[in-house]
Design a protein around this ligand. Structure first.
Ligand code: BMP
Length: 235
């Protein structure tokens, strides 16, 4: 079972093609790829469209614009940018009425799944998001997204999210460059996927780096990899 999603975040224009080429190699090894604002800013909507064509037939293509606006605007953004992606990420704090309910409908129409951010991996998440975690989880319960984002840097938060949302897919970023250890989110928190960016994409040998991360997780909790906790997670 593949559990590692690679984040493709170019730091300069020259990285765009390098990362898209690299993604073709890691598609077969990992669980999929994630692109977001750096790819849009440096590669334009063409680079996003190209990313949406990667990993066809195996692997998730996740669009991470972390949408946080009124439903109408999120709908316009999703309609023009999320075509071809399997999933798109938005912030849970936007709430249901006039916001996420509209985005979810739009994504349904495009055949893409919704993922909501309920907690983040950086230390600042403790200031506002974490004290509101119960409310954000309540939004998630109402919206019923396919997935939620919870921090690999704090597996205890992932575990709380898992407890509240037993059948929702959890994607956990923060592994490697941000200090999370591979396997913390899956093995200790019950996440379905770990998202890894720089640790893999910045390595001179991304395929080996990705294999290393995947094998490390598999050795830590082989039983978790055999059975997805949600039943609608990785297969
Ligand atoms: P890296 O492994 O290089 O730190 O990259 C992490 C990736 O996960 C980035 O694409 C970032 O946007 C995303 N991410 C995160 O780091 N923390 C969050 O709380 C939510 C994210 O989507």
């Amino acid at each position: 079972v593949k559990r590692v999603i690679v984040a493709l975040d170019p730091a300069r224009r020259g990285d765009v093609d390098r990362l898209l080429d690299m993604a073709r190699l890691v598609c077969g090894v990992g669980a999929g790829i994630k692109v977001g604002l750096p790819m849009l800013a440096l590669g334009g909507s063409e680079a996003l469209a190209e990313a949406a064509r990667l990993c066809k037939g195996g692997g998730l293509r996740v669009l991470d614009l972390k949408l946080a606006d009124i439903g109408y605007i999120m709908r316009l953004a999703a309609e023009s940018l999320s075509r071809g992606f399997d999933a798109a990420i938005a912030h849970a704090f936007v709430g249901y009425e006039g916001g996420l309910v509209e985005l979810k409908k739009t994504l349904d129409g495009l055949g893409a799944r919704l993922v909501l951010v309920v907690s983040m991996s950086h230390p600042g998440s403790r200031e506002v998001l974490d004290p509101c975690l119960d409310k954000l989880l309540a939004v998630a319960r109402r919206v019923e997204p396919w997935g939620v984002v919870a921090p690999a840097t704090r597996p205890e938060v992932v575990a709380r999210v898992r407890e509240t949302l037993p059948t929702t897919v959890i994607l956990s970023p923060g592994v490697g460059a941000q200090g999370g250890k591979p396997g913390d989110a899956i093995c200790l928190g019950g996440a379905d996927y770990e998202i890894v960016g720089r640790m893999v994409a910045g390595s001179p040998d991304p395929v080996s780096a990705l294999r290393g991360v995947a094998e490390y997780i598999a050795a830590r909790c082989p039983e978790k990899l055999l059975h997805s906790s949600t039943g609608n997670g990785p297969s």
